[in-house]
Ligand binder design. Structure first.
Ligand SMILES: [Zn+2]
Length: 225
């Protein structure tokens, strides 16, 4: 009886924290390829699921999606390892990872795939301004979270590099990191604002300067203008 009450309390506490809210599945569709086998042996379904969960918790923290009302209504995220080109992509609550990429990667595979999964998981949770947010900013926010999680790969550009603020990926990630240093929580607020739509004016609203001015300031700070 006491055990049952304890179990119930643990369940209740977990439910209140939202830790029971999301389920994860891993489906390896590439086991007939060397990349699929490498995924099974070097990463494994259990580690992948743990990583998807850690990524979710981390993203909710960085994006300050503290309450369920702040988040998308996603109960389940499915990871597929597929025999395909590229690295990975996300469509709604499905993440597809390339077994060919896993096969060809030289370096610390586990760290790299963890970083890739963090990036893809951001796409599950971030808002896209009802489709109005530029893709460079979408990808920049995903890599910003990866940067904050310390999973930025060594081949990324350094802070201050790049041609345009919305170039995407590592370039935009470092720029967003600069913006967030001007006002802590900026990226979280920007994401919240993108629940309904997007305009470059959001930078003015949140930081008091146009995004072009901010990019100029950023380049000047690093002496890369
Ligand atoms: Zn992406």
């Amino acid at each position: 009886m006491a055990m049952r009450s304890l179990c119930f309390l643990v369940f209740l506490a977990a439910a209140m924290q939202g830790t029971l809210a999301v389920d994860y599945t891993v489906t390896n569709n590439a086991l007939s390829t060397s990349g699929g086998v490498r995924f099974r042996d070097a990463i494994g379904d259990d580690y992948a699921k743990q990583t998807l969960d850690s990524a979710t918790q981390f993203i909710w923290g960085v994006l300050q999606q503290n309450a369920p009302a702040d988040r998308k209504d996603v109960q389940k995220v499915n990871l597929f390892v597929d025999d395909m080109d590229g690295v990975a992509y996300t469509s709604n609550d499905e993440i597809h990872l390339s077994a060919r990429y896993v096969n060809d990667y030289s370096g610390d595979l586990k760290t790299e795939i963890t970083g890739v999964l963090y990036h893809e998981m951001v796409h599950v949770w971030q808002w896209n301004g009802n489709g109005q947010t530029p893709s460079g900013l979408i990808e920049g926010i995903a890599d910003y979270v990866r940067l904050k999680a310390n999973y930025a790969p060594s081949h990324w550009v350094k802070a201050g590099q790049g041609e345009k603020w919305d170039q995407g990926y590592d370039v935009t990630a470092h720029f967003l990191d600069y913006c967030d240093s001007l006002k802590s929580g900026f990226v979280a607020q920007l994401n919240q604002q993108m629940r309904d739509g997007y305009s470059d004016q959001l930078f003015v609203q949140l930081l008091g300067k146009t995004v072009d001015q901010l990019w100029q300031d950023y380049k000047a700070k690093y002496g890369t203008s």
